[in-house]
Unconditional design. Structure first.
Length: 239
């Protein structure tokens, strides 16, 4: 029923006929994941940390990032592309990553293997991810040195944790297909897991989402969208 399809940048995504939507942008799965989550989420958060220590940012970010701890919560883990790209970046830069993915409808290992995402990350990371994928929902696993992953196989709405995260990657299906993921109650539940000063990013931007985030004490910014989309949303939780 699920089908692997190619997007405009040559990278694969999955089409879910029941939902009527792809897991990623048709304009490019890889470029969307890199732009929205790795660059506008993770790298932006790390640059903000570096800037708060000492300028200039371009010189400090590389040095201060190594040894930095960062925790990420992803809503809609799916194929794991956002995790793989983020983990590859963190391992390369010496950043200590603690990543939790929430996924209500986990993909089979066979489906994940068919994405061909091995070509975008180190072979060691890919092999560890594939080898451990089916055990990641039982307990967190250190897939690479200083790079830990756990998948919570539950609906976002029932997810519970004592942990708060530095960054939230909000990668739910679009509001037209899954409005319950974007309503005030669900966004409020999600923001509970964000640390003060933490960053929330998503590929979409709507008036309702902006209002909900502002009411929850977040500073909301429009950022340039991934190719094919004019804008995306980034919000910072104010203390
Ligand atoms: C747009 S896709 C995410 C793509 C994913 N980040 C990737 O890179 O492959 C949305 C994901 O949200 C999951 N999902 C749907 N309803 C959910 C819910 N209530 N709670 C958690 N995950 C949900 C879907 O199964 C799907 O994997």
């Amino acid at each position: 029923m699920l089908e692997i399809v190619k997007t405009a940048d040559g990278s694969n995504t999955i089409f879910n006929p029941l939902v009527g939507e792809n897991y990623h942008s048709k304009h490019g799965a890889l470029q969307e994941s890199r732009h929205v989550f790795v660059n506008s989420g993770l790298r932006c958060f790390l640059d903000g940390k570096a800037r708060s220590k000492s300028p200039p940012i371009e010189e400090t970010s590389k040095e201060t990032a190594a040894g930095t701890n960062v925790s990420i919560l992803e809503v809609g883990f799916g194929t794991g592309l956002n995790f793989l790209l983020s983990a590859d970046f963190c391992v390369d830069k010496g950043i200590i990553l603690d990543y939790t993915g929430i996924e209500a409808y986990p993909l089979s290992l066979e489906m994940i293997s068919q994405t061909d995402y091995d070509q975008y990350v180190s072979s060691e990371l890919w092999q560890k991810f594939i080898a451990d994928y089916e055990r990641l929902s039982i307990s967190p696993i250190e897939l690479m040195p200083r790079c830990k992953l756990q998948i919570a196989n539950c609906k976002l709405q029932t997810f519970q944790s004592d942990q708060q995260y530095d960054i939230i990657y909000f990668d739910a299906f679009a509001v037209a297909h899954q409005p319950e993921m974007w309503n005030e109650a669900t966004i409020s539940h999600t923001i509970r897991f964000l640390k003060p000063g933490g960053v929330f990013v998503t590929y979409a931007i709507t008036g309702n989402l902006k209002r909900a985030l502002k009411a929850l004490g977040c500073k909301v910014e429009k950022a340039p969208g991934a190719p094919g989309k004019r804008e995306m949303l980034r919000a910072v939780k104010i203390v």
